[in-house]
Design a protein around this ligand. Sequence first.
Ligand SMILES: Nc1ncnc2c1ncn2[C@@H]1O[C@H](COP(=O)(O)OP(=O)(O)OP(=O)(O)O)[C@@H](O)[C@H]1O
Length: 318
Amino acid sequence: MSKAITIAGLAKSYEGKPALRNIGFEVREGSCFGLLGPNGAGKSTTMKILSGLLDPDRGDVRVMGKELRRNAAEIREKIGYVPQSITLYEKLSAYDNLVFFGEMYGVRGGELKRRIADVLGRVGLADRAKDAVSSFSGGMKRRVNIAAALLHRPRVLIMDEPTVGIDPQSRNHIFEMIRSLQKEGVTVLYSTHYMEEVESLCDELAIIDHGEVIASGGLGEVLDRFGSQAVYLELNGPQESQAQGQEQEQEPPAPAGFDRPERKDRGWIVRTNSPLEAIAAWAEACKAKSLPVKQLEIVRPSLETVFLSLTGTTLRDT
Ligand SMILES: Nc1ncnc2c1ncn2[C@@H]1O[C@H](COP(=O)(O)OP(=O)(O)OP(=O)(O)O)[C@@H](O)[C@H]1O
């Protein structure tokens, strides 16, 4: 399958301080590719370089097989970029904002009208077209920004943390829109620091930290390769409320021969590569203390455990 984006050895410093040290990944045409990393990892810098807004210091960047800098004008027509910050005219309606952006791309007249109707429908704002953007929620403004990036019908859509600080309804619209664009063969590069978004949206991903790719590939492949397994225990009765911090904290029952359990949601987890043995030992420990087990199960590897095992920290702590 052909590659929509190929990046190799990408480096960029700001005033001598490296933001990207060595970024490399490939994005299959028609896929949704997640760029996952904590604040300051280098996601925005990578995306700005791809969109032609920043020049790299080093590295090879290709879009649809063409080298970025030598084919800048042609590539710009193929890329839609949704920046992190929202750039709209508050006093104008959603429709008039899109007229402004459409004319910037050189689209006019009846064709522009048709495209505005199409993109507003895609982001679920057709019925608010004539309302001033100042009356919109943050999520709706973000959706207008996305609509603007789609007006010239890009083959590659670059979205920089599009769901930060927005309402669940807008988030769902954005997810649905991405899925339908993908069906039409559009490639999506999506940055986020929410692991669950990558897990539900993306076929492939790169985890970046301190300007370097620390893991990349298909979601299943990355989970198999770097994710550790765990066992989860939840108890019935008073222990359940202790887990929620409503009563004085007590040591959880520990499975003999395994790491100490860590608090997780309403229960505890133990990380282990021998989950069946851990389940047996934990069941034994609970039985010995007559503790009522509500749930005892293997937790499948997640991007959370991958990130933890690769960086030693959770994404939320960073
Ligand atoms: N214009 C700039 N001038 C100086 N340093 C910058 C500039 N833009 C980014 N940086 C620095 O470069 C590094 C990478 O930043 P970047 O914005 O690419 O990361 P990010 O992963 O997108 O983070 P965030 O999730 O916060 O947007 C950070 O250390 C940041 O402080």
